[in-house]
Design a protein around this ligand. Sequence first.
Ligand code: XMP
Length: 516
Amino acid sequence: TVLVVDFGAQYAQLIARRVREARVYSEIVPSTMPVEEILAKNPAAIILSGGPSSVYEEGAPTVDRSLFEAGVPVFGMCYGFQLMAQTLGGTVDNTGAREYGRTPLTVTKPSSTLFEGTPAEQSVWMSHGDACSAAPEGFDVTASTDVVPVAAFENDEKKLYGVQYHPEVMHTTYGQQVLEHFLYRGAGLTPSWTTGNVIEEQIAAIREQVGTKRAICGLSGGVDSAVAAALVQRAIGERLTCVYVDHGLMRKGETEQVEKDFVAATGVQLKVVDAEERFLTALKGVTDPEEKRKIIGREFIRVFEQAQAEIVAEAPDDEPVEFLVQGTLYPDVVESGGGTGAANIKSHHNVGGLPEDLEFKLIEPLRKLFKDEVRMVGQELGLPEEIVHRQPFPGPGLGIRIVGEVTKERLDLLREADAIAREELTAAGLDRDIWQCPVVLLADVRSVGVQGDGRTYGHPIVLRPVTSEDAMTADWSRLPYDVLARISTRITNEVRDVNRVVLDVTSKPPGTIEWE
Ligand code: XMP
């Protein structure tokens, strides 16, 4: 394992992903972790990440010198580089000469461990105020820029390396090569980690954990719960039961996809609960978005608990249903403090909010993986493409995409419009370009139109295509006009009561992705 020491500001996750792309397993540890504890994990190498601080700031994170004296290869990046320089006796000046963004780098020792085989002039991504003006003793200076005399240093004997820039970002042209040079040449690691290893490792761990007992898993139709379920099914077979609550707020074909394709691909035992009527009754007359979310969440829990009780009652033997499978991902784990054994079930997670007091032990087979790795695992487990590459869909479903009261009739109408939009986006090959495209029915709005010879008085449909990295911020997608035109023509022609299609051109912030 390569440990990435996190000095803040999101860089560590990206570095960990890049290391795994080099097929070396990596994990993130906080910079507050004592060096003895870091070394006790027996890391094959250590990477010190960038961060927002200056080594001169009071209270800035530091690292004990012993980290560099343990014989473990270390690679410092940006803040990690400066920390390394300062700790080992080099000179870091608060020059006031800032470098930010794409910067030309000159390699001064082309045969070095980090740079061999890369061009003498290359473009790197910088983001710093302080600069290293003298490397520690015993280090070769291997690259510089117009502003910083020491932009990279290397000490092969002690296996210590550092660069002032960010090799992990896309804008650093040879960043991945330099990182791989550190891993393979500097630290002597071999690229052997794959998602296949994860599958085997997890299957063994789950078997051990569950023993002869039973587990349940809530399926939402989303990628994470589907892959988690498929993995646990591989491990314990029919001792896993999946629960799929059909709340009637799903999109067209989604329930069938879970019932048929997912079951066919995995052989999982599935209990589908048809709860449409119950949800629609509970939602009758409700128009307030938060109220809708609360009702859907509450009903979901009740239905899930009932299903759970039935599964317990129907069990063929006395083995207790002791485990709940959750599709928690590594970013959730890191963001919640990287702690051990996350206890709380996130309310926003997968099945749309399970109660906190459920008396289950958790099985979280994806808690070491990033989203793209989860998709790879899904692929290796043979899940259908449509599930593995599904775009995010909110737990409360179409219930929060009807502005106004939710009725069966309106849901059917929205399902048709949504299916047309999805079909055309897929046909145009745009599925991977956009993050998701909510289709919203403004049920309380009517406008005048003309169709055939007659006047119409119908509802507008809103298209909300967005691009995003993580749904925290988003921009509206610049979809080609001809694709928008086809969607608009088809929706107004084919969907009863809809006589207008409008495009949402708001970024997030200020608009959220969903309308409610
Ligand atoms: P907003 O509307 O907050 O959405 O910009 C951000 C992302 O979260 C999804 N979303 C949800 N997912 N349960 C979920 O599992 C929910 O209640 C929920 N509400 C919003 C939304 O689709 C977008 O991807």
